[in-house]
Design a protein around this ligand. Structure first.
Ligand SMILES: Nc1nc2c(ncn2[C@@H]2O[C@H](COP(=O)(O)OP(=O)(O)OP(=O)(O)O)[C@@H](O)[C@H]2O)c(=O)[nH]1
Ligand SMILES: [Mg+2]
Length: 246
């Protein structure tokens, strides 16, 4: 996906739609599309066990929809590009307009699972577009299940974290009650990072062990000894941990 400002679906050959809200405001916007076009899953539930030919030549057994939601700027588009293309969209922030999608086929326990991932616009003025997709109001997201939701916030932006409650209220109102939902904290401070739970014990021992190792090595390391790599250790040992270098 390029960061060009020309209207172009990243999901394939879907046309830009005139149903999208007009673009206003000073921030550059990344045009999206409200229709899946020929790359969309076939109408009706897919038939598991039978290979299908999706758009772009991807064979799959079953197709599901996923929606990325969250405040503007939390990194929804970047996360999708990272997942789809393995690249990071650095540079100027180009806000998504309306909604857009990309497909990716995964091998899940020997079955080809196609995810059609819808990248929504976080800006408030596009919220009504997003609402329609929670329950597939346009009938374009056919398949066996309603879209699963990935709700993102930016761990470096408190406001985006504070918005989670409002997003959950909205999801409760517009999505199915049993929707598959996951919360993702995106971005990084360039520090070793892990989530801990005093309740379950998640990563508690690891956090103190990692710090102890780092302190010990700073204090006692012989010049010939290799340096303890705190980032690598946390990444390797942690559950839900990461080492994110800027
Ligand atoms: N450092 C860092 N920057 C990120 C990360 N993810 C996204 N960004 C930056 O954050 C800005 C916003 O990213 P986008 O993915 O366009 O945000 P978005 O959630 O799609 O925003 P909207 O389309 O307006 O809803 C861009 O400048 C990205 O380069 C990340 O994991 N780390
Ligand atoms: Mg975006």
């Amino acid at each position: 996906m390029s960061r060009k400002k020309t209207p172009k679906s990243k999901g394939g050959s879907a046309p830009a739609t005139s149903a999208l809200p007009a673009t206003h405001g000073s921030r550059p916007v990344r045009p999206g599309t409200a229709r899946p076009g020929p790359d969309a899953p076939p109408n009706g539930p897919p038939q598991p066990g039978r290979s299908s030919l999706g758009g772009g030549g991807d064979f799959y057994d079953v197709a599901f929809k996923v929606m990325l939601v969250g405040d503007s700027g939390v990194g929804k588009t970047c996360l999708l590009v990272r997942f789809k293309d393995g690249a990071f969209l650095a540079g100027t922030f180009i806000s998504t307009v309306g909604i857009d999608f990309r497909n990716k086929v995964l091998d899940v326990d020997g079955m080809k699972v196609k995810l059609q991932i819808w990248d929504t616009a976080g800006q408030e003025r596009f919220r009504s577009v997003t609402h329609a997709y929670y329950r597939d109001a346009h009938g374009v997201l056919t398949g066996p299940l309603p879209p699963a939701l990935l709700l993102l916030y930016d761990i470096t932006n408190k406001a985006s974290f504070d918005s989670i409650q409002a997003w959950l209220t909205e999801i409760q109102e517009y999505a199915q009650h049993d929707v598959v939902l996951m919360l993702l904290g995106n971005k990084e401070y360039g520090l070793p990072f892990m989530e801990t739970s005093a309740k379950t014990g998640l990563n508690v021992d690891l956090a103190f062990m990692a710090i102890a190792k780092e302190l010990k090595q700073r204090c006692m390391k012989a010049p010939s000894e290799p340096r303890f790599q705190l980032h690598d250790y946390v990444k390797r040992e942690g559950r839900g941990a990461s080492c994110c270098k800027p």
